[in-house]
Ligand binder design. Structure first.
Ligand code: SF4
Ligand code: SF4
Length: 100
């Protein structure tokens, strides 16, 4: 059996330094805060590699789309239908990955 691939640890700062964001006017991910208010798992908060989901004191979720890696993880881990509306940003916008 093939050996598993080990990737080096990458700090949050290094991860964010490895990309740039061409921000579209229109959000490509929209989070319905009213549905999040009833969510007990909050999977998006721990799963998003860019830390874009922030629980609020009122029990909701604060979300900003601008620094999104477009990885789709939040959409996969969220188990509340309709909480996340996900699409790709309009052409020429979104994340740009740099070679290290
Ligand atoms: S986005 Fe999904 S996983 Fe995250 S708090 Fe809302 S309902 Fe829960
Ligand atoms: S697509 Fe990835 S980076 Fe963007 S909000 Fe979802 S988990 Fe975070």
């Amino acid at each position: 059996m093939a050996e598993p691939t080990h990737y080096p640890e990458l700090s949050f700062e290094s991860r964010m330094d490895s990309v740039e964001f061409r921000i579209a006017e229109q959000a490509h991910i929209v989070v319905d805060d009213r549905i999040c208010a009833d969510c007990s798992t909050r999977g998006c908060v721990v799963a998003c590699p860019a830390n874009l989901f922030v629980p609020t004191a009122a029990g909701g979720i604060l979300f900003n789309y601008e620094q999104c890696f477009e990885c789709g993880t939040c959409y996969l881990v969220c188990n509340e239908e309709g909480a996340i509306s996900w699409s790709y940003p309009e052409g020429g916008h979104g994340v740009v990955f740099h070679r290290s």
